[in-house]
Design a protein. Structure first.
Ligand SMILES: C[S@@+](CC[C@H](N)C(=O)[O-])C[C@H]1O[C@@H](n2cnc3c(N)ncnc32)[C@H](O)[C@@H]1O
Length: 369
């Protein structure tokens, strides 16, 4: 462990990045809770948690999504290299600036005013365990730092050299349980390949999912891939055939979107639509891209179009429901989720719901709550 505070910014605040926290609240955490309902365990890690706001934001989400958790074994781990930041985290007291992106109702609900500061409710404070450690130097996965359902490591890779980014991404991948998710800052892993991680594109951004068992003993040298080429020289997504079909174009557009090359993805999507104007897939991807740009009105129009072209498009119902929820149109959100549930229930349990890579059975359980 390293006791010295690095001279880097520990800038953080509650619910930093609304899109990512919507993704956690509306999709990832409900899915993980459902997946773990019979085992009754949940393991979440805020790696590079600074003064604790991110780890406590996770604790608040768990409190909202799983209010009855007697008998559950829940670990919410916050780790950082900076001891001073961790001491502040353990105190659980914050100034108003830490709430600049948090809903006032949430602040009122989970904090008590103490002079100039806000003290976190004791039952939320106790949900989080803080540990000191250097993500580069620690030989994890081991001890507490393994078998995670979800790891947030956001705005931390930006401080690492390229080889350290890949090495830490590999260690974090190995510290995930199969099917677990890694969320980073939006473009932090672009150009780096981590073993066993596959990117999943959601409207709110990209997350990485652990898809295959990783050998436990990966020699450190093998973990460190050669430095990634500069962005301009990066290997292109598989070259397109001379006259690509609409489907081929859509696949390529998705790959660009997964790599956060959104403009290119959009351009290829439009080419796909020029070939097959009535295809639902490109409309859906364009809707996701519009959401990523923050153009929710356009996203809604594109999702309506997707559903007009393919009335059984589960993901389009769910994205539209998420948009309605964001706009506080809860009745419409519920109607849309019910429609998705009906479709999902009619599918074989092991059918895969794209693009979430979730089985119909798992999704039906989640939607039926
Ligand atoms: C900008 S803050 C990010 C806080 C939080 N994840 C967020 O996004 O709001 C970066 C944190 O990474 C921590 N950090 C930097 N290098 C680290 C390392 N090698 N191991 C663990 N933590 C590290 C810093 O101490 C700092 O608290």
């Amino acid at each position: 462990m390293n006791d010295t505070a690095p001279r880097i910014s520990g800038e953080t605040y509650f619910f930093r990045d609304h899109g990512q926290f919507d993704l956690l609240r509306l999709r990832l955490l409900p899915l993980l809770i459902e997946r773990r309902r019979s085992a009754r365990t949940l393991r979440l890690w805020s790696a590079g948690c600074a003064s604790g706001e991110e780890a406590y934001s996770l604790a608040m989400l768990v409190d909202m999504l799983l209010p009855e958790r007697d008998g559950w074994d829940i670990l919410i781990l916050g780790s950082d290299i900076n001891q001073t930041a961790l001491e502040k985290a353990r105190r659980g007291r914050y100034g108003q600036w830490s709430f600049r992106m948090a809903a006032p109702t949430l602040q009122q609900h989970y904090f008590r005013r103490k002079g100039d500061e806000w003290a976190l409710e004791e039952h939320i404070r106790r949900m989080v365990t803080f540990r000191a450690g250097d993500l580069i130097g620690e030989p994890f996965p081991n001890g507490e730092w393994q078998d995670m359902d979800l790891i947030l490591c956001r705005n931390v890779f930006i401080y690492f050299a390229a080889d350290a980014v890949t090495a830490v991404a590999n260690k974090l991948a190995a510290a995930l349980s199969e099917g677990g998710y890694l969320m980073t800052g939006h473009t932090e892993l672009i150009g780096h390949r981590a073993q066993g991680l596959q990117s999943r594109l959601f409207a709110e951004g990209v997350v990485y999912q652990r898809v295959a068992p990783i050998p436990t003993e990966i020699p450190l040298v093998a973990r460190i891939a050669p430095p990634p080429p500069a962005v301009a020289q990066r290997a292109p997504c598989a070259p397109l055939p001379a006259t690509p079909s609409g489907e081929e174009l859509l696949t390529t557009a998705r790959k660009f979107a997964d790599r956060a090359e959104y403009d290119r993805a959009e351009q290829i999507c439009r080419q796909a639509l020029a070939i097959a104007p009535l295809a639902a897939g490109p409309h859906f991807l364009l809707a996701q891209l519009a959401q990523l740009r923050g153009d929710f009105e356009r996203a809604g129009e594109l999702l309506d179009k997707t559903l007009y072209l393919d009335p059984r498009h589960v993901a389009a119902y769910l994205e539209q429901a998420a948009l309605c929820e964001r706009a506080e149109n809860l009745p419409r959100a519920q109607t849309l989720r019910r429609a998705a549930l009906e479709i999902v229930r009619a599918l074989p349990g092991d059918a895969v719901i794209e693009p979430y890579e979730t089985s119909a059975a798992e999704m039906a359980q989640w939607l039926a709550q």
